[in-house]
Design a protein around this ligand. Structure first.
Ligand code: ZN
Length: 229
């Protein structure tokens, strides 16, 4: 690569190079991939934009890798994706919906199954052996979930917290979660069949924000709000 060309590079050139690389790779490029096969080095992007992530954003991409994400945040993301999908996803599926890549999970927990267990969910392998085609949270989950959100005015129900769908989206990049007060596993019988109607009653559901979801998980089956039952 000609170093003079690099000095002449404009922001527009770098944006174009990032988009080209993304097209070749079929995904958001990492800084290492940029250095290996991009038209410009990451250093050029850093010089022109201040950081690699800012250059990525200027090219219209959301940086996925964040360093030193704390364990509660990583586990909270698993909660969020499980809750959103209504079942425990495979690692591939998780990556499609997660704001984080699998890298930090492997570093912190060893593998995907152990990450899922650390978050308090049952890894998919055992669910698949019992009920292959069943949605983990049951077929009524999407409807009950939106009914709970509506009842709670799309607002975290933790006392003193005023996250709404809109402010939560701005802060965390995702919607509020709907938490099971009595955990879903309490409704699974010996044969592995979930009584989803009981598990997903509105009384058992509460809208929570990302910051408070793990707290609710920790005190489960108690509740943090004072809503009369
Ligand atoms: Zn909250």
């Amino acid at each position: 690569m000609d170093p003079n060309l690099q000095l002449d590079a404009s922001r527009g050139d770098v944006v174009k190079a990032i988009r080209q690389l993304a097209e070749n790779l079929g995904r958001t490029p990492s800084s290492m991939e940029m250095d290996a096969s991009g038209e410009f080095s990451t250093a050029v992007a850093q010089r022109l934009f201040g950081s690699w992530n800012r250059a990525l954003r200027a090219a219209g991409f959301e940086p996925r890798m964040r360093r030193n994400i704390s364990e509660p945040i990583l586990l909270g993301e698993i909660d969020r994706v499980v809750e959103k999908l209504g079942y425990v996803p495979s690692s591939n599926e998780f990556e499609k919906h997660s704001r984080f890549s699998l890298g930090p999970y492997w570093r912190n927990f060893g593998n995907w199954e152990d990450s899922v267990e650390a978050a308090g969910h049952e890894p998919r392998r055992s669910i698949e052996t019992t009920k292959p085609s069943n949605l983990y949270y049951g077929p009524n989950w999407p409807r009950q979930r939106s009914r709970a959100l509506e009842r709670d005015n799309h607002c975290c129900q933790t006392p003193g917290c005023d996250f709404t769908t809109q402010s939560h989206l701005e802060r965390f990049g995702c919607d509020l979660s709907v938490h099971h007060i009595v955990p879903i596993r309490a409704y699974v019988d010996e044969e592995g069949v979930l009584d989803y109607k009981q598990a997903n009653t509105l009384d058992n559901l509460v809208t929570v924000c990302q910051s408070h979801h793990r707290l609710w998980e920790q005190i489960s089956p108690l509740r943090l709000d004072l809503r009369p039952k």
